[in-house]
Design a binder for this molecule. Structure first.
Ligand SMILES: Cc1cc2nc3c(=O)[nH]c(=O)nc-3n(C[C@H](O)[C@H](O)[C@H](O)COP(=O)(O)OP(=O)(O)OC[C@H]3O[C@@H](n4cnc5c(N)ncnc54)[C@H](O)[C@@H]3O)c2cc1C
Length: 573
């Protein structure tokens, strides 16, 4: 029998977005609201801890920065697909978040005059990225976690709790279902409100910077409930993934002055972005690197991972050790290269989902009582291409907005009834999955999915490759129905967890690929060789993918972009 527990608010995901929301709710109330904090890994293992380079905010109006400039950079970076009211709300909030973290004790890197230091980042026309060396996410998470310790009476932790389903009745949220892995027990967590903060789906790619846990669970659960996912075809490829693991080498390395070099020793970015050079936005730098490699100016790498070089040597040992210690450690341990003495081999790597669960400016979805925040959501601040250091920022900003809105909502509402038959059906999905005994290996299916996404839905796309990828994904979905789950217990059953995750990855990969096939233009991170131009007349619109449960596939619709202050112009850097 599943354990049924009542809470007021359930936060699914304890990365930056989830923790910031939890803190806001705890501070907004005097303990009258009871929060469940749910994570499939231990809190501090959420992917957010690996954020490296920093968090963007306007702090130096006296030195020439402004909200208008941050908003303009973000909108231009987004290739005009961002909703401009969302961007405005975002940039105005960010300075408060930086100063709050400062007050809560984060060790921001400082300037010699004692002020909070900021470094240049791609696509930002002002040095506005706040950082704590190159371990920003780790320190942000630590600070939120620490501050949350003041409110331990207001929340219950469910660490290593794998959520499998959401119970909804009459279009309102009722409960979250999942497995406590250490206990091997199934739980039904009832609540008035749910915040989905489950991060990205980028593990659909094999060569990626994201954690093993970034499998789009929240996005896919929301999608199958009937909530649309938005702009999923826009996957960010970060220019500098370490060869061969794909571990991220932060953009901060270029922000501190690093060069990109081809096999002729040239700083090739002068051909593609003469003004911004290495600090052009990520979509442009990634395409430039891939062009160099395709035209024979790269280096031959292992497993077909040809690469170019990121050269930091001219920065000197002192600066590398002070500003980029993690990068140095990663390059030494995972590539055998000390950046003080040798350039680092890198190539573009799948990094971030610009798309996500469709939400309004307060983070609300179309189902009452369900919000989404962070990388799982799409507000949309980033449009077709996110600027570096705007994501941790978005997580903090919408953690705050959503936390505030949810606290207000939960104070007014009563706990609604739990429809037993719907809850039972969700629980049955776990036992059915556990019983799976077919001939197909989920691990093999995942490998084939990864290979397909890496090879056919990458930096450069075209009709033929996307059609082939979609065909393969549909075949893999069919094979998935006949998988086996070998471990039959419920305690720490990673086999079972992986089976659920794979379903989520397959569904989201299908949406990404079909969305990319339909979008016959090039915008931001979505580049079609067969449609190399941006087409505002036909495609200045958001993609919405709804789940068609009868056909088990997405149905596509579109909605306008809120272009309120700045008209789209050609993007030049
Ligand atoms: C290596 C790396 C470096 C980065 N560096 C930067 C940077 O310097 N600046 C910047 O702005 N951005 C950066 N980003 C992007 C940014 O870090 C992320 O977008 C952001 O941290 C995502 O936070 P989140 O709160 O949305 O989710 P995450 O931190 O990904 O957390 C997701 C949470 O959901 C939980 N969860 C998921 N599924 C389930 C389930 N089924 N059941 C229970 N729990 C579940 C997980 O356990 C986890 O707690 C970086 C990203 C990577 C990968």
């Amino acid at each position: 029998m599943p354990k049924v527990i009542e809470h007021d608010i359930i936060i699914l995901g304890t990365g930056l977005a989830g923790l910031r929301a939890a803190l806001q709710i705890a501070m907004e109330t005097k303990g009258e609201l009871n929060i469940a904090l749910v994570s499939k890994v231990q809190i501090m293992r959420s992917h957010s801890v690996s954020a490296e380079g920093g968090t963007a905010a306007v702090l130096r109006q006296d030195e020439g920065d402004s909200f208008e400039l941050h908003a303009w950079d973000t909108i231009k970076g987004s290739d005009f697909l961002a909703d401009q009211d969302a961007v405005w709300k975002f940039v105005k909030r960010m300075p408060h978040e930086i100063l709050l973290l400062d007050r809560w004790g984060i060790p921001w890197s400082r300037r010699p005059d004692g002020k909070i230091a900021q470094r240049p980042f791609g696509g930002h026309t002002f040095f506005r990225t706040v950082f704590a060396a190159d371990k920003t996410g780790f320190f942000e998470m630590q600070t939120l976690y620490d501050t949350l310790q003041k409110y331990t009476d207001r929340y219950t932790r469910y660490d290593e709790f794998y959520a499998t389903g959401i119970v909804v009745q009459d279009n309102t949220f009722r409960a979250l279902v999942g497995i406590s892995m250490p206990e091997g027990e199934i739980y039904i967590l009832r609540g008035k409100a749910l915040i989905i903060a489950t991060g990205s789906a980028n593990r659909m790619y094999g060569f990626t910077t994201t954690s093993i846990s970034s499998t789009g669970d929240g996005m896919a659960m929301a999608y199958r409930l009937g909530i649309p996912v938005k702009d999923m075809e826009f996957i960010q490829f970060h220019p500098s993934g370490l060869i061969p693991s794909g571990i991220l080498i932060t953009e901060g390395a270029r922000g501190e002055g690093g060069y990109l070099i081809n096999n002729r020793g040239e700083r090739f970015m002068k051909r593609y972005a003469p003004k911004f050079m290495e600090l052009a936005p990520r979509d442009i730098v990634s395409r430039s690197i891939m062009t160099e490699i395709e035209e024979g100016r790269g280096f031959e790498g292992p497993y077909g991972l040809d690469y170019v070089l990121l050269d930091l040597r001219h920065l000197g040992a002192e600066k590398i050790n002070r500003r980029l210690p993690l990068i140095r450690e990663l390059a030494i341990k995972f590539a055998g290269v000390d950046p003080i003495e040798e350039p680092i081999p890198i190539r573009p790597v799948s990094h971030y989902s610009m798309g996500g669960i469709d939400v309004d400016l307060d983070g609300r979805t179309i189902i009452e009582g369900i919000w989404a925040a962070g990388e799982a959501a799409c507000v949309s601040v980033h449009g077709a291409n996110r600027l570096g250091s705007n994501s941790t920022a978005e997580c903090l900003a919408w953690g705050y907005f959503v936390g505030k809105d949810v606290a207000r909502y939960a104070k007014e509402k009563e706990l609604r009834e739990l429809p037993q038959e719907v809850a039972d059906a969700e629980v049955r999905k776990i036992t059915d999955m556990l019983a799976k005994d077919g001939p197909e290996s989920p691990y093999q299916i995942k490998r084939e999915l990864n290979r397909t996404m890496d090879n056919k839905v990458g930096v450069f796309r075209d009709k033929q490759n996307l059609e082939e990828a979609l065909h393969t994904i549909k075949e893999l979905k069919k094979r998935y129905r006949n998988i086996h789950v070998k471990d039959k217990s419920l305690t720490y059953n990673t086999d079972l967890m992986m089976a659920f995750e794979l379903k989520n990855l397959l569904d989201m990969a299908e949406v990404v690929t079909e969305g990319a096939l339909r979008r016959e233009e090039s915008r931001g991170a979505h580049f079609r060789r067969d449609f190399p131009k941006r087409d505002d007349e036909n495609w200045l619109k958001h993609t919405l993918a709804y789940y068609d449960s009868e056909k088990d596939e997405p149905r596509f619709d579109y909605k306008p972009v809120r272009v309120l202050y700045w008209k789209p112009v050609e993007r030049k850097y």
